[in-house]
Write a protein that binds this ligand. Structure first.
Ligand code: 5GP
Length: 363
């Protein structure tokens, strides 16, 4: 019989942090670097918990070079050749994941990992983490590579999270349908609002000694803080980084008509603005660019968007980390790891104060 879950499922925009008495006098006292130790991976890493998504546009070498200065992680996209990866890892990159799907050449990947033990962080990324093949692959990887930091997903429920961790994953990637260029919800009717996903999945993961990466759906720095507040150990972002120089999308210019009309002449203002192309990995564009066209049985589950150009990614990451530090000082969390235990959320009917939304900025 069809079952209905009546609990309201929440997104980041449905909650706000309750401010709390704090022992921090300034946001500069908040420590955003966390030392992570894992269920299976034998080493520790020190990072700020933010991961650039393994999308063709954001999981680039350039992104990694810029983000590692902030101890942020990059999950490289899977369209680099192994030769390119080996050349890139000639220099140490202690916070960089490589990525694979299930259809990629397994034997070639095993060869790369066994001949290059310093490349020891792998993300197995598939849209539907519930298919049985994923568990089998995670088990195989763990048996062959006990020293691998292994992230796998995507799922949105506790049962599958625990299965993946007990099968060998250190980090489970959580999120189906929240991504900015994702069409899964409209094309398939499947998905779960991301805050509820993170709450359940992190609890399940931590219960068996694993960790989670909240993947997708962050649109403003506060959303990233909320993901940590709900229990995420890592937060993966795509769209928020996609307008930067380090993202691979093509830079395009467009004339944009603003809403202003000159008082004297009645002229409309037209501005030239710059954008970067950003596309979902299941979009038609990605299928054409990276997979030589769309398979007949597929439907497109990704969008193609123009994102306002933002310049160097360091400005964006500084903005995100500044926001995160500020959240921590509002809720009394001295360390990144303390955020969930300092978190009380209000459910709200509106996240942002949009009083002047339709007014023009002064410059
Ligand atoms: P964002 O930070 O842009 O909201 O979300 C990034 C995430 O969206 C990625 O890490 C990935 O999980 C997801 N994603 C990327 N491309 C696609 C796509 O074409 N379809 C779907 N369903 N999800 C995508």
């Amino acid at each position: 019989m069809t079952r209905l879950i009546n609990d309201v499922q929440l997104d980041y925009c449905d909650v706000l942090f309750q401010p709390k008495r704090t022992t921090l006098n300034s946001r500069s006292e908040a420590d955003i670097l966390r030392e992570y130790s894992f269920k299976w991976y034998p080493k520790t890493i020190k990072a700020c918990g933010i991961i650039a998504a393994n999308m063709a546009t954001t999981g680039t070498f350039e992104m990694n070079d810029a983000l590692e200065k902030f101890n942020a992680i990059t999950c490289l996209h899977k369209h680099y050749t192994h030769e390119q990866i080996k050349a890139y890892f000639k220099k140490p990159h202690p916070l960089t994941f490589i990525c694979t799907g299930l259809k990629d050449d397994k034997e070639k990947l095993f060869k790369l990992l066994s001949e290059n033990p310093h490349i020891d962080k792998l993300c197995v990324d598939i849209a539907n983490g519930y298919i049985p093949k994923l568990l089998g692959f995670v088990k195989e990887l763990r048996a062959k590579f006990p020293n691998l930091l292994l992230m796998a997903g995507n799922v949105v429920t506790g049962d599958m999270t625990q299965d993946l961790i007990l099968s060998g994953a250190d980090i489970v990637k959580a999120g189906i349908g929240p991504g900015s260029v994702c069409l899964t919800r409209s094309q398939t009717g499947v998905g779960r609002p991301q805050l509820s996903t993170v709450l359940e999945v992190s609890d399940a993961a931590h219960g068996v000694g694993g960790m989670i990466c909240a993947d997708g759906g962050c649109t403003v720095p506060g959303d990233i803080a909320k993901a940590f507040g709900a229990g995420a150990d890592f937060v993966m972002i795509g769209g928020m980084l996609a307008g930067s120089d380090e993202a691979a999308g093509e830079l395009v210019e467009r004339y944009v008509q603003t809403s202003w009309v000159d008082k004297e002449s009645g002229d409309l203002t037209i501005e030239l603005r710059r954008y970067k192309k950003f596309y979902g990995m299941s979009s038609k564009l990605a299928q054409q660019k990276h997979f030589g066209g769309m398979a007949k049985y597929r439907t497109t589950e990704g969008r193609e968007k123009l994102i306002p150009y933002t310049g160097p990614v360091e400005h964006i990451i500084e903005d995100i980390l500044g926001g995160l530090r500020s959240t921590m000082s509002y809720i009394g969390a001295r360390r990144l790891k303390d955020i969930p235990r300092c978190t009380t959320f209000y459910t709200v009917n509106k996240q942002l104060n949009t009083v002047f939304e339709n007014m023009k900025d002064i410059d």
